[in-house]
Design a protein around this ligand. Structure first.
Ligand SMILES: [Mn+2]
Length: 245
């Protein structure tokens, strides 16, 4: 696996057509262009799309430019690994077979420059997530996916668009970030005990990097909604960077 390795999560690219979304995409594509020039490997740690559902023969057309940018990166020789999040879980065979992206439905374990890295989107890890974990099971069940697939894509995508607008509106204010980070750190501790030395996570829109004295690290990637942050592993150094200042 070639370095630098770049890690990004929670871009939440929407199906909206407005200027704010266009602007976000322009920043993202510039970031991709930088990766294309430096070479290396791109890890997308979930919720890249605000809604991704692949039918057998249809993908959402509003993502055409995004998909073609990912394709360009592949053509330029950049390896792409996509750890699916709770907003873009419903893939079929397009991203891997047609795009040449390595897709992970759950966690990914990779080795880069002698580092054992554990990556997860991270949803459902908090103690208070009991109800969410049940809902996630239902939303991912074969029956739900089958029923949703039976809807005409125009209707299915419209429904998803309203659901995601609604969930953005009803998003509760985020709780104590220190407490959340502490609770998530337990997950990192458990992975370190298993022999991983780097744990990388998204989902919580927290941008924090903890590097312990023994060199073991835990990175929460932030997002591309308010933080525009990404992780970078280069020349044996893991950093949390900001794309926009
Ligand atoms: Mn998420």
């Amino acid at each position: 696996m070639t370095t630098p390795a770049y890690f990004i999560s929670d871009v939440h690219l929407t199906l909206d057509d407005g200027e704010p979304e266009q602007e976000r995409r322009r920043h993202l594509f510039k970031f991709f262009d930088m990766i294309g020039q430096s070479g290396g490997t791109l890890f997308i740690v979930g919720d890249f799309f605000d809604f991704w559902f692949e039918y057998n023969h249809v993908i959402p057309k509003r993502y055409f430019d995004v998909v073609s940018q990912l394709r360009q990166l592949r053509t330029r020789g950049v390896e792409i690994h996509f750890i699916l999040g709770n907003h873009d879980y419903w893939t079929n065979d397009f991203l891997n077979s047609s795009m040449g992206i390595q897709v992970y439905p759950d966690t990914a374990e990779v080795e880069i420059d002698g580092h054992r890295i554990h990556l997860t989107h991270g949803d459902g890890l908090l103690a208070e997530d009991t109800g969410y974990r049940l809902m996630r099971k239902i939303l991912r069940s074969r029956v739900t996916v089958f029923l949703y697939r039976c809807l005409h894509p125009d209707l299915g995508i419209k429904l998803a668009q309203s659901a995601s607008r609604l969930s953005r509106k009803n998003n509760p204010p985020r709780g104590n970030q220190d407490a959340t980070f502490d609770e998530l750190s337990q997950y990192a501790h458990d992975r370190w005990a298993e022999g991983y030395d780097i744990v990388i996570m998204g989902h919580y829109h927290l941008n924090r990097l903890h590097i312990g004295q023994d060199g073991r690290s835990f990175l929460c990637l932030g997002d591309w909604i308010s933080h525009y942050t990404y992780g970078k592993l280069s020349q044996d150094r893991l950093t949390l960077e900001t794309w926009l200042i």
